[in-house]
Design a protein around this ligand. Structure first.
Ligand SMILES: [Zn+2]
Length: 588
Protein backbone atom coordinates (compact mmCIF):
# COMPACT_ATOMS: atom_id res chain seq x y z
CA UNK A 1 0.00 0.00 0.00
CA UNK A 2 2.77 2.39 1.02
CA UNK A 3 4.58 1.74 -2.26
CA UNK A 4 1.39 2.22 -4.20
CA UNK A 5 0.77 5.59 -2.60
CA UNK A 6 4.25 6.58 -3.67
CA UNK A 7 3.75 5.18 -7.14
CA UNK A 8 0.49 7.06 -7.58
CA UNK A 9 2.03 10.30 -6.37
CA UNK A 10 5.00 9.83 -8.70
CA UNK A 11 2.76 9.21 -11.68
CA UNK A 12 0.45 12.11 -10.88
CA UNK A 13 1.15 15.55 -12.23
CA UNK A 14 0.20 17.78 -9.32
CA UNK A 15 0.14 20.92 -11.45
CA UNK A 16 -2.43 19.24 -13.69
CA UNK A 17 -4.62 18.14 -10.79
CA UNK A 18 -4.49 21.45 -8.93
CA UNK A 19 -4.73 23.29 -12.22
CA UNK A 20 -8.19 21.90 -12.83
CA UNK A 21 -9.40 23.83 -9.77
CA UNK A 22 -7.06 26.82 -9.68
CA UNK A 23 -5.61 28.95 -12.44
CA UNK A 24 -1.87 28.48 -12.07
CA UNK A 25 0.95 30.54 -13.48
CA UNK A 26 4.54 29.47 -13.65
CA UNK A 27 6.69 31.77 -11.55
CA UNK A 28 10.29 30.92 -10.93
CA UNK A 29 10.59 27.35 -9.79
CA UNK A 30 6.94 27.15 -8.73
CA UNK A 31 3.42 27.60 -9.97
CA UNK A 32 1.40 30.30 -8.31
CA UNK A 33 -2.31 31.00 -8.07
CA UNK A 34 -5.17 32.27 -5.93
CA UNK A 35 -5.73 29.96 -2.98
CA UNK A 36 -8.89 27.87 -3.30
CA UNK A 37 -9.09 27.46 0.47
CA UNK A 38 -9.34 31.09 1.50
CA UNK A 39 -10.32 34.22 -0.33
CA UNK A 40 -7.49 36.43 -1.49
CA UNK A 41 -6.72 38.95 -4.19
CA UNK A 42 -3.00 38.41 -4.58
CA UNK A 43 -1.79 34.86 -5.06
CA UNK A 44 -0.05 33.18 -2.15
CA UNK A 45 -0.84 29.65 -3.18
CA UNK A 46 2.11 27.72 -4.58
CA UNK A 47 2.48 24.40 -6.27
CA UNK A 48 5.81 22.75 -6.89
CA UNK A 49 6.01 20.12 -9.54
CA UNK A 50 9.35 18.51 -8.71
CA UNK A 51 8.36 18.07 -5.07
CA UNK A 52 4.75 17.19 -5.73
CA UNK A 53 3.58 19.61 -3.04
CA UNK A 54 1.32 22.64 -2.64
CA UNK A 55 1.38 25.32 0.01
CA UNK A 56 -0.62 28.44 0.74
CA UNK A 57 1.40 31.10 2.52
CA UNK A 58 -1.81 32.95 3.30
CA UNK A 59 -3.83 30.37 5.22
CA UNK A 60 -1.23 27.70 5.82
CA UNK A 61 -2.91 24.89 3.90
CA UNK A 62 -0.47 22.56 2.26
CA UNK A 63 0.50 19.01 1.47
CA UNK A 64 0.73 16.54 -1.35
CA UNK A 65 -1.65 15.89 -4.21
CA UNK A 66 -3.72 13.39 -2.19
CA UNK A 67 -4.26 15.90 0.58
CA UNK A 68 -5.22 18.52 -1.99
CA UNK A 69 -7.91 16.31 -3.46
CA UNK A 70 -9.19 15.38 -0.01
CA UNK A 71 -9.47 19.02 0.99
CA UNK A 72 -10.93 20.43 -2.19
CA UNK A 73 -13.42 17.62 -2.77
CA UNK A 74 -14.18 17.00 0.88
CA UNK A 75 -13.42 13.31 0.55
CA UNK A 76 -11.53 10.71 2.59
CA UNK A 77 -7.98 9.53 1.94
CA UNK A 78 -9.04 6.25 0.37
CA UNK A 79 -11.40 7.93 -2.04
CA UNK A 80 -8.81 10.49 -3.09
CA UNK A 81 -6.28 7.74 -3.62
CA UNK A 82 -8.69 5.74 -5.74
CA UNK A 83 -9.41 8.68 -7.98
CA UNK A 84 -5.75 9.50 -8.48
CA UNK A 85 -4.97 5.83 -9.11
CA UNK A 86 -7.53 5.80 -11.84
CA UNK A 87 -6.17 8.99 -13.32
CA UNK A 88 -2.62 7.64 -13.24
CA UNK A 89 -3.61 4.22 -14.51
CA UNK A 90 -2.47 2.40 -11.38
CA UNK A 91 -4.43 -0.62 -10.18
CA UNK A 92 -4.83 -0.50 -6.41
CA UNK A 93 -4.08 -3.65 -4.49
CA UNK A 94 -5.59 -3.94 -1.03
CA UNK A 95 -3.29 -5.11 1.65
CA UNK A 96 -5.87 -5.29 4.42
CA UNK A 97 -8.07 -7.38 2.22
CA UNK A 98 -10.57 -8.65 4.79
CA UNK A 99 -11.48 -5.24 6.12
CA UNK A 100 -11.81 -3.50 2.83
CA UNK A 101 -13.58 -6.49 1.37
CA UNK A 102 -16.23 -6.25 4.01
CA UNK A 103 -16.54 -2.51 3.55
CA UNK A 104 -16.84 -2.96 -0.19
CA UNK A 105 -19.53 -5.59 0.28
CA UNK A 106 -21.45 -3.30 2.63
CA UNK A 107 -21.26 -0.42 0.16
CA UNK A 108 -22.32 -2.71 -2.62
CA UNK A 109 -25.46 -3.87 -0.83
CA UNK A 110 -26.33 -0.31 0.21
CA UNK A 111 -25.98 0.82 -3.36
CA UNK A 112 -28.20 -1.99 -4.54
CA UNK A 113 -30.82 -1.20 -1.89
CA UNK A 114 -30.80 2.45 -2.93
CA UNK A 115 -31.29 1.45 -6.57
CA UNK A 116 -34.11 -0.86 -5.61
CA UNK A 117 -35.89 1.82 -3.56
CA UNK A 118 -35.29 4.35 -6.32
CA UNK A 119 -36.72 2.03 -8.95
CA UNK A 120 -39.83 1.45 -6.83
CA UNK A 121 -40.35 5.18 -6.53
CA UNK A 122 -39.77 6.06 -10.16
CA UNK A 123 -41.20 3.07 -12.00
CA UNK A 124 -43.10 0.76 -9.72
CA UNK A 125 -46.85 0.79 -9.18
CA UNK A 126 -46.25 0.61 -5.47
CA UNK A 127 -44.38 3.91 -5.63
CA UNK A 128 -47.17 5.87 -7.30
CA UNK A 129 -48.50 7.22 -4.01
CA UNK A 130 -45.01 8.25 -2.90
CA UNK A 131 -44.39 10.01 -6.23
CA UNK A 132 -47.65 11.89 -5.82
CA UNK A 133 -46.74 12.84 -2.31
CA UNK A 134 -43.36 14.20 -3.37
CA UNK A 135 -44.88 16.08 -6.29
CA UNK A 136 -47.40 17.63 -3.91
CA UNK A 137 -44.35 18.90 -2.05
CA UNK A 138 -43.02 20.36 -5.29
CA UNK A 139 -40.26 17.82 -5.72
CA UNK A 140 -40.07 16.99 -9.41
CA UNK A 141 -38.51 13.95 -11.04
CA UNK A 142 -35.24 15.68 -11.74
CA UNK A 143 -34.76 16.41 -8.06
CA UNK A 144 -35.79 12.84 -7.20
CA UNK A 145 -32.98 11.71 -9.47
CA UNK A 146 -30.44 14.18 -8.11
CA UNK A 147 -30.99 13.02 -4.54
CA UNK A 148 -31.56 9.42 -5.55
CA UNK A 149 -34.84 9.34 -3.60
CA UNK A 150 -36.68 6.09 -3.20
CA UNK A 151 -39.64 4.30 -1.75
CA UNK A 152 -39.76 1.34 0.62
CA UNK A 153 -42.88 -0.76 0.18
CA UNK A 154 -45.37 -1.30 2.94
CA UNK A 155 -44.22 -4.89 3.23
CA UNK A 156 -42.25 -6.99 5.72
CA UNK A 157 -40.09 -8.74 3.18
CA UNK A 158 -39.86 -6.96 -0.15
CA UNK A 159 -36.24 -5.88 0.36
CA UNK A 160 -35.39 -9.16 2.07
CA UNK A 161 -36.75 -11.06 -0.92
CA UNK A 162 -34.93 -8.91 -3.40
CA UNK A 163 -31.53 -8.87 -1.74
CA UNK A 164 -31.43 -12.33 -0.18
CA UNK A 165 -33.58 -14.57 -2.34
CA UNK A 166 -32.96 -12.90 -5.65
CA UNK A 167 -29.46 -11.47 -5.30
CA UNK A 168 -28.05 -13.98 -2.86
CA UNK A 169 -26.74 -11.64 -0.14
CA UNK A 170 -26.32 -12.96 3.39
CA UNK A 171 -28.64 -12.08 6.27
CA UNK A 172 -25.86 -10.90 8.54
CA UNK A 173 -24.55 -8.48 5.92
CA UNK A 174 -27.97 -6.87 5.66
CA UNK A 175 -28.21 -6.76 9.41
CA UNK A 176 -24.77 -5.18 9.65
CA UNK A 177 -25.72 -2.29 7.36
CA UNK A 178 -29.03 -1.85 9.18
CA UNK A 179 -31.39 -2.64 6.32
CA UNK A 180 -33.20 -5.42 8.16
CA UNK A 181 -34.32 -5.96 11.72
CA UNK A 182 -34.60 -9.16 13.69
CA UNK A 183 -37.69 -10.16 15.65
CA UNK A 184 -37.61 -11.63 19.15
CA UNK A 185 -38.09 -15.06 17.62
CA UNK A 186 -35.09 -14.56 15.37
CA UNK A 187 -36.90 -13.90 12.09
CA UNK A 188 -35.81 -11.05 9.85
CA UNK A 189 -37.90 -8.32 8.23
CA UNK A 190 -37.45 -5.07 6.29
CA UNK A 191 -36.53 -2.22 8.61
CA UNK A 192 -37.98 0.48 6.37
CA UNK A 193 -41.61 0.01 5.39
CA UNK A 194 -44.05 2.40 3.71
CA UNK A 195 -41.49 5.17 3.65
CA UNK A 196 -40.06 7.72 1.27
CA UNK A 197 -36.35 6.94 1.31
CA UNK A 198 -33.56 9.50 1.45
CA UNK A 199 -30.20 7.83 0.83
CA UNK A 200 -27.44 9.25 3.01
CA UNK A 201 -24.40 9.66 0.79
CA UNK A 202 -20.82 10.27 1.82
CA UNK A 203 -18.75 13.05 0.30
CA UNK A 204 -17.90 10.83 -2.65
CA UNK A 205 -21.55 10.00 -3.35
CA UNK A 206 -21.58 6.48 -1.92
CA UNK A 207 -24.74 5.44 -0.08
CA UNK A 208 -23.86 4.70 3.56
CA UNK A 209 -27.29 4.88 5.21
CA UNK A 210 -30.91 5.93 4.83
CA UNK A 211 -33.50 8.18 6.36
CA UNK A 212 -37.05 7.03 5.75
CA UNK A 213 -40.05 9.31 6.10
CA UNK A 214 -43.36 7.60 6.61
CA UNK A 215 -45.81 8.21 3.79
CA UNK A 216 -48.55 10.33 5.46
CA UNK A 217 -51.40 8.02 4.48
CA UNK A 218 -49.57 5.06 6.01
CA UNK A 219 -48.69 6.86 9.23
CA UNK A 220 -49.57 5.04 12.43
CA UNK A 221 -49.34 6.36 15.94
CA UNK A 222 -46.76 3.88 17.09
CA UNK A 223 -44.39 4.50 14.20
CA UNK A 224 -41.95 7.37 14.11
CA UNK A 225 -42.31 9.89 11.30
CA UNK A 226 -38.63 9.64 10.51
CA UNK A 227 -36.44 6.58 10.84
CA UNK A 228 -32.67 6.49 10.42
CA UNK A 229 -30.15 3.79 9.69
CA UNK A 230 -28.18 2.75 12.76
CA UNK A 231 -24.55 3.81 12.98
CA UNK A 232 -22.32 1.34 11.16
CA UNK A 233 -18.71 1.29 10.04
CA UNK A 234 -19.96 3.12 6.95
CA UNK A 235 -22.28 5.60 8.58
CA UNK A 236 -21.41 7.96 11.42
CA UNK A 237 -24.05 10.48 12.29
CA UNK A 238 -21.52 13.05 13.43
CA UNK A 239 -19.73 12.93 10.08
CA UNK A 240 -22.81 13.03 7.88
CA UNK A 241 -24.02 16.14 6.12
CA UNK A 242 -27.06 15.33 4.06
CA UNK A 243 -26.78 16.72 0.54
CA UNK A 244 -23.04 17.41 0.79
CA UNK A 245 -22.27 15.33 -2.27
CA UNK A 246 -24.79 17.30 -4.33
CA UNK A 247 -23.85 20.66 -2.79
CA UNK A 248 -20.07 20.58 -2.61
CA UNK A 249 -19.38 22.15 -5.96
CA UNK A 250 -21.70 25.07 -5.20
CA UNK A 251 -20.28 25.36 -1.68
CA UNK A 252 -16.79 25.73 -3.11
CA UNK A 253 -17.88 28.20 -5.75
CA UNK A 254 -19.99 30.37 -3.47
CA UNK A 255 -17.63 29.94 -0.52
CA UNK A 256 -20.57 29.28 1.76
CA UNK A 257 -22.84 26.51 2.93
CA UNK A 258 -26.46 27.00 3.89
CA UNK A 259 -27.19 24.73 6.82
CA UNK A 260 -30.71 23.43 7.41
CA UNK A 261 -32.15 20.83 9.74
CA UNK A 262 -33.97 18.15 7.76
CA UNK A 263 -33.74 16.36 4.45
CA UNK A 264 -36.89 18.01 3.11
CA UNK A 265 -35.51 21.46 3.99
CA UNK A 266 -32.34 20.59 2.13
CA UNK A 267 -34.07 19.33 -0.99
CA UNK A 268 -36.55 22.19 -1.18
CA UNK A 269 -33.80 24.75 -0.73
CA UNK A 270 -31.75 23.04 -3.43
CA UNK A 271 -34.74 22.94 -5.74
CA UNK A 272 -35.25 26.67 -5.13
CA UNK A 273 -31.78 27.33 -6.50
CA UNK A 274 -29.75 27.43 -3.30
CA UNK A 275 -27.70 24.45 -4.34
CA UNK A 276 -25.11 25.01 -1.59
CA UNK A 277 -27.52 23.65 1.03
CA UNK A 278 -26.76 20.78 3.40
CA UNK A 279 -28.73 19.30 6.31
CA UNK A 280 -27.38 18.29 9.70
CA UNK A 281 -30.21 15.80 10.02
CA UNK A 282 -31.51 16.51 13.49
CA UNK A 283 -28.23 16.48 15.39
CA UNK A 284 -26.34 19.44 16.72
CA UNK A 285 -23.59 20.60 14.39
CA UNK A 286 -20.38 18.69 15.05
CA UNK A 287 -16.72 19.48 14.64
CA UNK A 288 -16.42 16.93 11.84
CA UNK A 289 -19.25 18.56 9.93
CA UNK A 290 -17.72 22.02 10.30
CA UNK A 291 -14.44 20.55 9.10
CA UNK A 292 -16.11 19.20 5.96
CA UNK A 293 -17.49 22.64 5.14
CA UNK A 294 -14.33 24.46 6.13
CA UNK A 295 -12.42 22.56 3.46
CA UNK A 296 -14.52 24.27 0.80
CA UNK A 297 -15.91 27.49 2.21
CA UNK A 298 -15.42 30.10 4.91
CA UNK A 299 -19.01 30.96 5.76
CA UNK A 300 -21.90 28.99 7.22
CA UNK A 301 -25.46 30.27 6.91
CA UNK A 302 -27.56 28.76 9.67
CA UNK A 303 -31.25 28.44 9.14
CA UNK A 304 -32.59 26.69 12.17
CA UNK A 305 -35.79 27.04 14.12
CA UNK A 306 -35.75 30.19 16.17
CA UNK A 307 -36.65 28.36 19.37
CA UNK A 308 -34.61 27.65 22.47
CA UNK A 309 -33.04 24.55 20.92
CA UNK A 310 -32.19 26.59 17.85
CA UNK A 311 -30.42 29.16 19.99
CA UNK A 312 -28.36 26.50 21.71
CA UNK A 313 -27.45 25.15 18.28
CA UNK A 314 -26.41 28.62 17.16
CA UNK A 315 -24.19 29.07 20.21
CA UNK A 316 -22.50 25.76 19.56
CA UNK A 317 -22.01 26.57 15.91
CA UNK A 318 -20.33 29.87 16.73
CA UNK A 319 -17.88 28.04 18.98
CA UNK A 320 -16.98 25.53 16.31
CA UNK A 321 -16.84 28.04 13.51
CA UNK A 322 -14.67 30.58 15.34
CA UNK A 323 -12.18 27.82 16.09
CA UNK A 324 -11.88 27.15 12.36
CA UNK A 325 -11.79 30.84 11.49
CA UNK A 326 -15.15 30.70 9.74
CA UNK A 327 -17.93 33.22 10.00
CA UNK A 328 -21.55 32.47 10.74
CA UNK A 329 -24.65 34.15 9.43
CA UNK A 330 -28.21 33.45 10.44
CA UNK A 331 -31.06 33.17 7.97
CA UNK A 332 -34.09 34.64 9.70
CA UNK A 333 -37.05 32.45 8.85
CA UNK A 334 -40.34 34.13 8.03
CA UNK A 335 -43.40 33.21 6.04
CA UNK A 336 -43.24 29.57 7.05
CA UNK A 337 -42.17 27.32 9.86
CA UNK A 338 -39.08 25.91 8.14
CA UNK A 339 -37.01 26.35 4.96
CA UNK A 340 -39.00 23.58 3.28
CA UNK A 341 -42.32 25.37 3.73
CA UNK A 342 -40.93 28.80 2.83
CA UNK A 343 -39.13 27.58 -0.30
CA UNK A 344 -42.18 25.61 -1.44
CA UNK A 345 -44.41 28.66 -1.14
CA UNK A 346 -41.99 30.92 -2.96
CA UNK A 347 -38.52 30.18 -4.25
CA UNK A 348 -37.85 33.91 -4.53
CA UNK A 349 -38.77 34.48 -0.93
CA UNK A 350 -36.38 31.78 0.22
CA UNK A 351 -33.55 33.14 -1.92
CA UNK A 352 -34.21 36.61 -0.58
CA UNK A 353 -34.11 35.41 3.03
CA UNK A 354 -30.79 33.67 2.43
CA UNK A 355 -29.30 36.80 0.89
CA UNK A 356 -30.67 38.96 3.69
CA UNK A 357 -29.19 36.78 6.42
CA UNK A 358 -27.50 38.65 9.23
CA UNK A 359 -24.24 38.19 11.01
CA UNK A 360 -24.69 35.87 13.97
CA UNK A 361 -23.61 38.54 16.45
CA UNK A 362 -26.15 40.96 15.11
CA UNK A 363 -28.76 38.23 15.33
CA UNK A 364 -27.99 37.50 18.96
CA UNK A 365 -27.89 41.19 19.80
CA UNK A 366 -31.19 41.97 18.11
CA UNK A 367 -32.78 38.97 19.80
CA UNK A 368 -31.74 40.19 23.24
CA UNK A 369 -32.78 43.77 22.49
CA UNK A 370 -36.23 42.56 21.53
CA UNK A 371 -36.58 40.47 24.68
CA UNK A 372 -35.53 42.97 27.33
CA UNK A 373 -36.19 46.62 28.06
CA UNK A 374 -33.16 48.69 27.17
CA UNK A 375 -34.65 51.61 29.11
CA UNK A 376 -34.16 49.83 32.43
CA UNK A 377 -30.94 48.99 34.23
CA UNK A 378 -32.17 45.44 34.76
CA UNK A 379 -32.84 45.15 31.04
CA UNK A 380 -29.36 46.34 30.14
CA UNK A 381 -27.92 43.82 32.56
CA UNK A 382 -29.91 40.99 31.01
CA UNK A 383 -28.97 41.99 27.47
CA UNK A 384 -25.31 42.18 28.41
CA UNK A 385 -25.46 38.79 30.08
CA UNK A 386 -26.89 37.27 26.96
CA UNK A 387 -24.75 38.93 24.31
CA UNK A 388 -21.33 39.26 25.94
CA UNK A 389 -20.59 35.52 26.08
CA UNK A 390 -21.05 35.46 22.31
CA UNK A 391 -18.80 38.42 21.67
CA UNK A 392 -16.15 36.83 23.87
CA UNK A 393 -15.96 33.96 21.41
CA UNK A 394 -14.75 36.23 18.60
CA UNK A 395 -11.10 35.40 18.04
CA UNK A 396 -10.21 38.54 16.10
CA UNK A 397 -9.67 41.45 18.48
CA UNK A 398 -10.63 44.16 16.02
CA UNK A 399 -13.84 42.42 15.03
CA UNK A 400 -14.62 41.93 18.70
CA UNK A 401 -14.20 45.64 19.32
CA UNK A 402 -16.45 46.56 16.41
CA UNK A 403 -19.28 44.51 17.91
CA UNK A 404 -18.63 45.81 21.40
CA UNK A 405 -19.02 49.31 20.03
CA UNK A 406 -22.30 48.45 18.34
CA UNK A 407 -23.69 46.89 21.48
CA UNK A 408 -22.61 49.88 23.55
CA UNK A 409 -24.38 52.22 21.13
CA UNK A 410 -27.61 50.26 21.36
CA UNK A 411 -27.44 50.22 25.14
CA UNK A 412 -26.40 53.84 25.41
CA UNK A 413 -23.32 53.01 27.46
CA UNK A 414 -19.59 53.48 26.95
CA UNK A 415 -17.77 50.98 24.69
CA UNK A 416 -15.11 50.65 27.37
CA UNK A 417 -17.65 49.12 29.74
CA UNK A 418 -18.76 46.49 27.23
CA UNK A 419 -15.16 45.68 26.35
CA UNK A 420 -14.42 45.29 30.03
CA UNK A 421 -17.21 42.74 30.41
CA UNK A 422 -15.98 40.83 27.36
CA UNK A 423 -12.46 40.87 28.75
CA UNK A 424 -13.73 39.36 32.01
CA UNK A 425 -15.35 36.52 30.11
CA UNK A 426 -12.22 35.83 28.11
CA UNK A 427 -9.99 35.91 31.18
CA UNK A 428 -12.41 33.56 32.91
CA UNK A 429 -12.05 31.18 30.02
CA UNK A 430 -8.27 31.06 30.29
CA UNK A 431 -7.95 31.43 34.04
CA UNK A 432 -6.28 28.10 34.52
CA UNK A 433 -4.23 27.92 31.38
CA UNK A 434 -0.93 29.75 31.35
CA UNK A 435 -1.43 31.57 28.11
CA UNK A 436 1.02 34.42 28.46
CA UNK A 437 3.78 32.17 29.74
CA UNK A 438 3.49 29.97 26.72
CA UNK A 439 3.33 32.92 24.38
CA UNK A 440 6.93 33.94 24.90
CA UNK A 441 8.12 30.43 24.27
CA UNK A 442 5.99 30.26 21.13
CA UNK A 443 7.57 33.39 19.73
CA UNK A 444 11.05 31.97 20.35
CA UNK A 445 10.16 28.68 18.78
CA UNK A 446 8.68 30.42 15.78
CA UNK A 447 11.87 32.35 15.18
CA UNK A 448 13.88 29.15 15.41
CA UNK A 449 11.52 27.33 13.05
CA UNK A 450 11.79 30.17 10.55
CA UNK A 451 15.56 30.13 10.61
CA UNK A 452 15.59 26.35 10.34
CA UNK A 453 13.21 26.35 7.39
CA UNK A 454 15.23 28.95 5.58
CA UNK A 455 18.34 26.86 5.99
CA UNK A 456 16.52 23.75 4.76
CA UNK A 457 15.34 25.53 1.64
CA UNK A 458 18.82 26.81 0.90
CA UNK A 459 20.49 23.46 1.57
CA UNK A 460 18.18 21.76 -0.89
CA UNK A 461 18.92 24.25 -3.61
CA UNK A 462 22.65 24.26 -3.02
CA UNK A 463 23.44 20.83 -1.75
CA UNK A 464 27.19 21.22 -2.14
CA UNK A 465 27.13 23.69 0.75
CA UNK A 466 26.30 20.81 3.09
CA UNK A 467 29.97 19.74 3.02
CA UNK A 468 30.99 23.05 4.52
CA UNK A 469 28.31 23.63 7.12
CA UNK A 470 27.79 20.08 8.40
CA UNK A 471 30.88 20.09 10.66
CA UNK A 472 29.80 23.37 12.25
CA UNK A 473 26.76 21.76 13.81
CA UNK A 474 28.80 19.02 15.45
CA UNK A 475 25.84 17.12 16.80
CA UNK A 476 23.76 20.17 17.74
CA UNK A 477 20.30 19.90 16.32
CA UNK A 478 17.08 21.90 16.53
CA UNK A 479 14.07 20.15 17.98
CA UNK A 480 11.04 19.12 15.96
CA UNK A 481 10.57 18.06 12.38
CA UNK A 482 12.84 20.85 11.08
CA UNK A 483 15.67 19.59 13.24
CA UNK A 484 15.25 16.04 12.06
CA UNK A 485 15.23 17.22 8.50
CA UNK A 486 18.38 19.30 8.91
CA UNK A 487 20.09 16.33 10.53
CA UNK A 488 19.01 14.18 7.62
CA UNK A 489 20.26 16.68 5.05
CA UNK A 490 23.60 17.02 6.80
CA UNK A 491 24.08 13.27 6.77
CA UNK A 492 22.95 12.51 3.25
CA UNK A 493 25.36 14.45 1.10
CA UNK A 494 24.90 13.06 -2.34
CA UNK A 495 24.12 16.10 -4.42
CA UNK A 496 21.03 14.76 -6.17
CA UNK A 497 18.48 16.39 -8.46
CA UNK A 498 15.77 17.91 -6.26
CA UNK A 499 13.02 15.48 -7.22
CA UNK A 500 15.26 12.49 -6.42
CA UNK A 501 16.40 14.03 -3.18
CA UNK A 502 12.81 14.63 -2.10
CA UNK A 503 11.88 11.02 -2.78
CA UNK A 504 14.71 9.88 -0.54
CA UNK A 505 13.60 12.08 2.35
CA UNK A 506 11.57 10.21 4.98
CA UNK A 507 7.85 10.56 4.32
CA UNK A 508 7.00 12.36 7.57
CA UNK A 509 9.48 15.14 6.81
CA UNK A 510 8.42 15.85 3.28
CA UNK A 511 5.82 18.46 4.08
CA UNK A 512 8.42 20.47 5.95
CA UNK A 513 10.71 20.26 2.93
CA UNK A 514 7.98 21.58 0.71
CA UNK A 515 7.20 24.51 2.95
CA UNK A 516 10.83 25.39 3.36
CA UNK A 517 11.52 25.12 -0.33
CA UNK A 518 8.46 26.98 -1.49
CA UNK A 519 8.78 29.85 0.96
CA UNK A 520 11.55 31.14 -1.27
CA UNK A 521 10.41 32.00 -4.75
CA UNK A 522 13.44 33.75 -6.11
CA UNK A 523 14.51 32.70 -9.58
CA UNK A 524 18.16 32.33 -8.76
CA UNK A 525 19.97 29.53 -7.04
CA UNK A 526 21.42 30.88 -3.78
CA UNK A 527 25.13 31.37 -3.41
CA UNK A 528 27.35 29.44 -1.05
CA UNK A 529 27.69 32.48 1.20
CA UNK A 530 23.95 32.74 1.65
CA UNK A 531 23.73 29.17 2.88
CA UNK A 532 26.61 29.67 5.28
CA UNK A 533 25.06 32.78 6.75
CA UNK A 534 21.74 31.05 7.29
CA UNK A 535 23.50 28.17 9.02
CA UNK A 536 25.39 30.52 11.32
CA UNK A 537 22.26 32.47 12.22
CA UNK A 538 20.53 29.28 13.17
CA UNK A 539 23.52 28.03 15.13
CA UNK A 540 23.73 31.25 17.12
CA UNK A 541 20.07 31.04 17.94
CA UNK A 542 20.44 27.45 19.06
CA UNK A 543 23.43 28.24 21.23
CA UNK A 544 21.61 31.14 22.85
CA UNK A 545 18.64 28.94 23.49
CA UNK A 546 20.69 26.16 25.01
CA UNK A 547 22.53 28.65 27.21
CA UNK A 548 19.26 29.97 28.56
CA UNK A 549 18.18 26.46 29.43
CA UNK A 550 21.46 25.71 31.14
CA UNK A 551 21.25 28.91 33.20
CA UNK A 552 17.89 27.82 34.45
CA UNK A 553 19.18 24.38 35.30
CA UNK A 554 22.06 26.05 37.06
CA UNK A 555 19.72 28.07 39.27
CA UNK A 556 17.89 24.95 40.31
CA UNK A 557 21.12 23.11 40.98
CA UNK A 558 22.36 26.01 43.13
CA UNK A 559 19.16 26.08 45.13
CA UNK A 560 19.45 22.37 45.69
CA UNK A 561 23.11 22.89 46.64
CA UNK A 562 24.08 20.18 44.20
CA UNK A 563 27.76 21.06 43.71
CA UNK A 564 28.45 18.25 41.30
CA UNK A 565 25.62 19.33 39.05
CA UNK A 566 26.73 22.97 39.16
CA UNK A 567 30.19 21.95 38.01
CA UNK A 568 28.79 19.88 35.23
CA UNK A 569 26.63 22.71 33.95
CA UNK A 570 29.58 25.08 34.19
CA UNK A 571 31.66 22.98 31.86
CA UNK A 572 28.77 22.64 29.44
CA UNK A 573 28.35 26.41 29.41
CA UNK A 574 32.04 26.85 28.85
CA UNK A 575 31.93 24.57 25.85
CA UNK A 576 28.99 26.49 24.44
CA UNK A 577 30.80 29.79 24.85
CA UNK A 578 33.74 28.44 22.92
CA UNK A 579 31.45 27.17 20.24
CA UNK A 580 29.75 30.53 20.01
CA UNK A 581 33.01 32.37 19.47
CA UNK A 582 33.97 29.89 16.77
CA UNK A 583 30.67 30.47 15.04
CA UNK A 584 31.08 34.22 15.34
CA UNK A 585 34.50 33.88 13.76
CA UNK A 586 32.94 32.26 10.70
CA UNK A 587 30.64 35.21 10.40
CA UNK A 588 33.70 37.49 10.48
ZN1 LIG B 1 -4.93 29.85 1.43
Amino acid sequence: MEDQVEEIKRKTDIVGVVGSYVVLKKMGRHHKGLCPFHSEKTPSFMVNEEMGLYKCFGCGQGGDVIKFLMEIEGIEFREALERLAERAGVKLINRRKDDSDERAKMLEVMDLAARYYHWLLMEGNAGAKAREYLKSRKINEKIMETFNLGFAMQSWDSLVNYLIKKKGYKEDLLEKVGLISRSAKGGIFDKFRGRVMFPLQDAGGKVVGFTGRILPELAKDDEPKYMNSPETILYHKSRMLYGFFQAKKAIREKKRAVLVEGQMDCISSYAAGISETVAVGGTALTEDQVEMIARLADKIYLSMDADEAGNVAIKRSVDLAEKRGMSIKVVQLEGGKDPDEIARKSTDKWKELVEKSVDVFEYVMNGALKKYDVGKVEGIKKITEEVVPFLAKIENEIVREVWAKRLAEKLGVATKGVLGEIEKKIIGKFENSKVSENKEKDVEENRMVKLARRLIGLLIMRQEAVEVVAPWFGGMIVSGAEGKLIAWLLENRENLPIEVLVENIPEELREVVGEAYMSDDSEEIPGQKEVEEAAIQLLREMIRDRKKELMMEMNTAKQEKNEEKVDEIFSKLDELNKKESRVLAFLG
